[in-house]
Design a protein around this ligand. Structure first.
Ligand code: SF4
Ligand code: SF4
Length: 310
């Protein structure tokens, strides 16, 4: 039983969809346990049910995640259908996918569709990134960022947003987002000539692969204590579950991506995307547990970065 405070839903503004657990990488901090050998992928019928929910609810933002969401065979259909009806579409892209065989024109597709890109780059130093995400990932990411810059991503006035995501290497809280963002802008520009729109500093969640690593190193309890000690009530207002739902690859709905990974259903009731009434969710209780302290510790953490960055 967790002592995390009660949180209830506000107005829904984002449907986050996990298109499947297959990924070309297998990062140490991954809270999805994604990897090249995972088979779970959202099918076309469920993709259409997601589109139907978006149309009947008027929710303005579709946020695509995975695994590597682009590896789902229906990814482009979903993006095109959503953009056609004017939705804002976010692709949580691991960058290295842009270099995989068969994905050579993916960057161009994303730019043409004016998809917003949020990409993980846990450091601007090669060793740190390769240690966390795998050998060669840093250089692949740098090449991908240059390609995206060439297409206009991250360039002032292009309207093509390229956000980067930082998360700590180990069981610590992220540093203040604004200072880190300034360092990223400076270092990526000077070292590689790369520009980007903004940086999100996220806290590692004590679940799945990162949670197991903590357990195996005997650091789990200390990390949970750190998160609980750093809890700030003012972060509760901004936790992402207040305004988004997370749909899993089979179409079942959860309060957030982390709850999805823990198998915790939306408001503790197992419901499918086909039966969701977005307006009726407002005011509903959110299913919380101890991992939620990862969202409210320190400056707070959400899929859109720190909640109270200063
Ligand atoms: S963290 Fe992202 S890129 Fe890494 S294995 Fe997980 S889904 Fe793939
Ligand atoms: S882990 Fe999920 S349910 Fe818990 S506070 Fe964070 S966003 Fe909300």
């Amino acid at each position: 039983m967790s002592d995390f405070p009660v949180v209830s839903r506000g107005r829904l503004d984002t449907v986050q969809v996990n298109l499947g657990y297959r990924c070309n990488q297998a990062c140490r901090h991954c809270h999805v346990n994604a990897g090249p050998h995972r088979k779970e992928m959202m099918d076309l019928e469920t993709v259409d049910q997601v589109l139907d929910l978006l149309q009947r609810s008027g929710v303005p933002t579709l946020d695509l995640t995975g695994g590597a969401p682009e590896m789902n065979p229906h990814f482009r259909y979903l993006v095109e259908s959503a953009r056609k009806v004017g939705l804002r579409v976010i692709d949580r892209c691991n960058l290295s996918i842009l270099e995989e065989p068969g994905y050579e024109n993916l960057a161009g597709f994303l730019a043409t569709q004016r998809v917003e890109i949020i990409a993980s780059l846990p450091c601007y130093l090669e060793d740190n990134v390769d240690r966390q995400r795998g050998r060669g990932v840093f250089q692949a990411s740098i090449r991908a960022l240059k390609t995206l810059n060439t297409l206009g991503y991250g360039q002032a006035d292009s309207g093509l947003t390229l956000s980067l995501v930082f998360n700590p290497q180990g069981p610590t809280l992220p540093p203040p987002q604004a200072e880190l963002e300034a360092a990223y802008h400076r270092e990526l520009q000077v070292r590689y000539g790369i520009v980007f729109s903004r940086l999100y500093a996220l806290t590692n969640m004590p679940i799945q692969r990162f949670g197991s690593t903590l357990v195996s190193k005997g650091q789990f309890d200390a990390y949970m204590c750190l998160l609980k000690r750093a809890h700030r009530d003012e972060n509760l207002e901004g936790v992402m579950c207040r305004r988004l739902i997370s749909v899993d690859w089979q179409g079942y709905v959860h309060d957030c991506d982390f709850n999805q990974m823990l198998g915790l259903p939306l408001g503790s009731q197992r419901r499918h995307v086909a039966e969701i009434d977005a307006a009726a969710l407002e005011g509903a209780a959110i299913m919380t547990a101890d991992h939620c302290y990862g969202c409210t510790a320190g400056c707070g953490s959400s899929c859109g970065g720190a909640l109270n960055p200063s």
